[in-house]
Ligand binder design. Structure first.
Ligand code: M6P
Ligand code: ZN
Length: 191
């Protein structure tokens, strides 16, 4: 028998409803408002103004009951609302896995981008419904809504990988995504 640090949960079925973009049974739901995204948008004044102006929900993450524990394989559906802050497209905080492990994202509805940075290299993947974006070990990842409707994707990731948000504040993400006249414009992180 394999030795587990925490008792593994029993097998069970999870219903994935693409229409309503829900997982059932449900686990925890995380809601991130503009005020939770301090230090992430390039224009800090515009960020502050958006916080003062109703502090909108930027994204939410609905998880299944599978715990974030070593050897488990949790899943979640993230919904990013459409919007921009001083032209910068609304996005997730972005994180690195402290224990470098891979992750997959599956586009469900709307259009988005998967921005990845390993400290030196930067990659961008367009994600549409049906696209699987692969995040290799060691690549920090951030998702961005590139359209004018909600962008939803399913994530499946190792439960022991963890979320390091400080890594992104320290290293940046290599590029920033702006709404341009002809679609997404990727600009240098510091530019
Ligand atoms: C996906 C997964 C989650 C992550 C969420 C929001 O659902 O990668 O692990 O928490 O996106 O991203 P962040 O944690 O960067 O806010
Ligand atoms: Zn991750």
């Amino acid at each position: 028998m394999t030795e587990f640090q925490t008792p593994p949960i029993d097998p069970f079925a999870i219903r994935f409803d693409a229409e309503s973009a829900t997982l059932s049974p449900e686990g925890p739901t995380l809601v991130r408002r503009m005020s939770d995204l301090e230090g992430l948008f390039a224009d800090a004044d515009a960020w502050r103004a958006a916080v003062a102006d109703g502090d909108p929900v930027v994204y939410s993450v609905q998880s299944s009951p599978v715990p974030e524990a070593d050897r488990e394989l949790p899943q979640s559906i993230t919904t990013i609302q459409p919007g921009t802050t001083a032209g910068e497209l609304w996005m997730t905080k972005g994180h690195q896995h402290p224990d470098h492990q891979g992750e997959i994202y599956l586009g469900i509805s709307g259009t988005g981008g998967l921005l990845m940075h390993d400290g030196e290299r930067t990659e961008w993947l367009d994600i549409e419904p049906g696209t699987i974006g692969y995040i290799p070990p060691g690549w920090a990842h951030r998702s961005i809504n590139t359209g004018d409707e909600a962008y939803r994707f399913l994530a499946v990731y190792p439960g022991g990988a963890g979320h390091d948000y400080g890594w992104v504040l320290e290293h940046g993400m290599g590029r920033r995504a702006y709404a341009g006249a002809a679609g997404v414009e990727l600009r240098p992180f510091g530019g």
